[in-house]
Design a protein around this ligand. Structure first.
Ligand code: ZN
Ligand code: ZN
Length: 290
């Protein structure tokens, strides 16, 4: 028999939430035209139980780091989707790396033969940057991930799949206490209009799907500028078609094209509203409670 505290909530759920510190793809896009959706490149914070995780290190990770400084020392595990610049370029300005007592594990799969530590060593180097990896006083441990691996951290189960992107990209499915969050950034759908079976399996019946939705159909097919087929990103329509087919309950369209202004994202969202009952372009700073 267990005792309960009078007035304490029963069936308390394990905390499971995501915060978007950066939602932009390819290159930061600050300015008055992107102020509502945000201009920082990709960085997510994920809290599951009493543990904090990060996904990628675009320029949004600078803000994530500043928030972590308020509760140092911290222990954070990062998962890398892949190593393109917009997913790593914020790490040189991630202040918690400089603070002794902080500990980080950083998981990455090989991307074109390189791991995240190889890319960081190149970023933290003269003449482009004055601080070297040896100057980072936090304890940083790099860990290898093989796409397809499953991992477990306390109440958090993680499944990974290799998705279609130049050099490959890790798609993540996070499950905690009966709830699921799938992050599939930098994914390109089949160009022939078919559905991607690996994507569908990863996202099947998830509560929240965070998905690459970079291009309009006109951009992708070359009716507005160069054709973007093979560049590794999805159209808004393809992302929503896959979300619907997978049974995703809520969709957060992510990795916004850098030239896309706030008003254009609003207009596109209205045009797409019949494609999925619960979809929106995610905004920098948005917190999703799962
Ligand atoms: Zn990207
Ligand atoms: Zn990429």
């Amino acid at each position: 028999m267990t005792e309960s505290t009078p007035g304490a909530p029963t069936n308390a759920r394990v905390p499971f939430r995501v915060k978007y510190w950066g939602v932009r793809g390819s290159i930061p896009a600050p300015g008055p035209d992107t102020v509502r959706y945000g201009g920082n490149t990709t960085s997510l914070e994920l809290v599951a139980g009493d543990q904090t995780f990060g996904i990628d290190g675009g320029t949004g990770v600078r803000l994530f780091g500043n928030s972590l400084m308020k509760r140092a020392p911290v222990n954070v595990t990062f998962f890398m989707t892949h190593l393109h610049l917009d997913h790593v370029q914020g790490f040189p300005f991630f202040v918690p790396f400089l603070v002794p007592g902080n500990t980080f594990d950083v998981y990455s799969a090989l991307h074109n033969g390189s791991a995240v530590e190889d890319v960081l060593r190149a970023l933290f180097a003269q003449p482009a940057f004055p601080i070297s990896m040896d100057d980072l006083s936090a304890t940083i441990t790099f860990k290898r991930l093989t796409m397809g691996d499953s991992l477990q951290f306390g109440p958090l189960h993680i499944h990974t799949r290799r998705l279609h992107h130049p050099g490959g990209v890790v798609g993540y499915r996070f499950e905690c206490d009966g709830r699921s969050f799938v992050h599939a950034s930098d994914w390109e759908h089949p160009a022939d209009g078919e559905l991607d079976p690996v994507f569908l399996e990863l996202a099947r019946d998830c509560d929240v799907l965070s998905v690459d939705a970079t291009y309009t159909e006109d951009e992708y097919h070359g009716r507005a500028g160069p054709p973007r087929r093979g560049w590794g990103h999805a159209t808004h329509e393809a992302a929503l078609r896959h979300a619907k087919a997978a049974g995703a309950k809520r969709v957060l369209l992510f990795h916004h094209e850098p030239a896309r202004e706030d008003g254009q994202l609003d207009e596109i969202a209205i045009a797409l509203r019949d494609m999925h009952p619960n979809a929106a372009f995610v905004r920098e700073g948005e917190v999703i409670e799962l």
